[in-house]
Design a protein around this ligand. Structure first.
Ligand SMILES: C[S@@+](CC[C@H](N)C(=O)[O-])C[C@H]1O[C@@H](n2cnc3c(N)ncnc32)[C@H](O)[C@@H]1O
Length: 371
């Protein structure tokens, strides 16, 4: 990809985080174009693509919209695809993989579409086969009403893999969702943050990255690094700029969990994130947590009874949880994500739903007491 060209890009986001991601793009001085369910289109240059990957906390991937054309049969698809400048993104020795979806189109056989595109691409690159490798370049193909859209994934591993979390407990949140929730709640590090049921500590580590204004992509690799037009100098410059802009944590971030394994895992993740000395994590059930007479944002992701067992009477469990939250965190803004509004109601707290989100395929609401 040439760094002077303006290209079409697309950030994929988990449903419910689109507006948060659009706001993130705007903060990067990139103008979002269309905000769809699950993604946002924008234009920019190579620098913007690098910055989007480096900085977006809520996006899952960033794509380059490589080509768009109408096609209704395989010989035509092959002919058109063969003429595309694949070599801008794919080295002759690089392995590729396709992810194809087809709707209401003559071309509706996803495997055959991938095969036709693969042979066209191999022809265009002057090679006879697609090499096999563990980290192939992903190409996304969408065919809707005979309109073919080809996109090249620039991220590689999904962006929630920041590189700091090695240790997880049961039902961890994706980092992109944890960061998205904090941004939906408007938390920006100017008041204390706590999660009294922190599991592996996603809210704590994402909160620390946010408050430190630390770019979430600094400690990982990206697919674009293997592209022929990769500009190492530009990437390093953007990373150096990001490191220079980091600030110290000025507000307390704390967590607790009744499970010793969860506490060990949260501490390990804070350690990798470089904030283990600043984030206090207690092994304690909510019922034994002290009264916190300061104020701030409490956010939690209690067990919903879907993936974690809540016993015979989940409503009773949530009513106790409500009382314990009120007792230990008076005056705090309370927020939780939960898949079942009945359980949220059972807390007896004045929660209101402010967003519908997707937690690993499970529809959940974000509820808060201040809005
Ligand atoms: C769904 S997990 C939280 C996952 C976490 N958000 C993450 O990203 O890893 C729920 C956590 O609540 C903890 N938990 C459940 N009941 C608790 C209680 N009464 N007091 C403290 N922790 C509790 C569990 O040990 C578990 O780690």
């Amino acid at each position: 990809m040439d760094h002077r060209h303006t290209e079409n890009f697309y950030a994929i986001v988990s449903p419910g985080l689109e507006n948060v991601c659009a706001t993130e793009l705007t903060a990067l001085e990139i103008t979002p174009q269309e905000v769809d369910v699950g993604g946002i289109s924008f234009t920019g240059r190579l620098r913007d693509l690098y910055r989007a990957n480096l900085w977006l906390r809520s996006a899952s991937r960033v794509l380059v919209r490589f080509a768009e054309f109408r096609s209704r049969d395989f010989p035509d698809l092959y002919r058109r695809a063969k003429r595309l400048p694949w070599g801008r993104f794919i080295r002759p020795e690089a392995a590729i993989s396709f992810r194809v979806t087809c709707h209401s189109s003559r071309l509706n056989h996803t495997t055959r579409v991938a095969e036709a595109l693969e042979s066209a691409l191999n022809q265009a690159l002057g090679r006879s086969t697609n090499p096999v490798s563990k980290k192939p370049q992903l190409i996304l193909v969408r065919i809707v009403d005979d309109q073919v859209t080809l996109s090249i994934d620039s991220s590689g591993e999904l962006l929630h893999r920041r590189g700091y979390r090695q240790s997880v407990t049961v039902a961890p949140l994706r980092e992109t969702l944890a960061a998205g929730v904090l941004m939906l709640l408007g938390w920006n590090g100017t008041v204390p943050l706590t999660d009294p049921m922190c599991g592996s500590g996603s809210f704590l580590t994402e909160g620390a990255l946010l408050a430190r204004q630390q770019a979430p992509g600094l400690n990982r690799s990206f697919a674009f690094i293997a592209w022929p037009g990769y500009r190492d100098g530009l990437w390093k410059l953007l990373c150096d700029e990001a490191r220079r802009g980091e600030v110290d944590l000025s507000m307390a971030i704390s967590g607790a969990d009744e499970n010793p394994k969860a506490v060990a895992s949260a501490k390990e993740n804070c350690q990798r994130c470089g904030v283990v000395d600043q984030v206090v994590i207690d092994q304690r059930p909510l019922s034994e947590q002290p009264v916190h007479d300061n104020q701030g944002l409490l956010v939690c992701n209690p067990p919903y009874g879907k993936r974690l067992d809540l016993g015979e009477n989940p409503e009773f469990h949530y009513s106790e949880l409500g009382q314990q939250l009120q007792r230990s965190y008076p005056g705090w803004q309370l927020a939780m994500i939960c898949s079942d509004p009945k359980l949220v109601k059972a807390t007896g707290l004045p929660f209101k739903k402010i967003a519908s989100l997707d937690n690993g395929g499970l529809r959940v609401g974000l509820f808060t007491t201040k809005f």
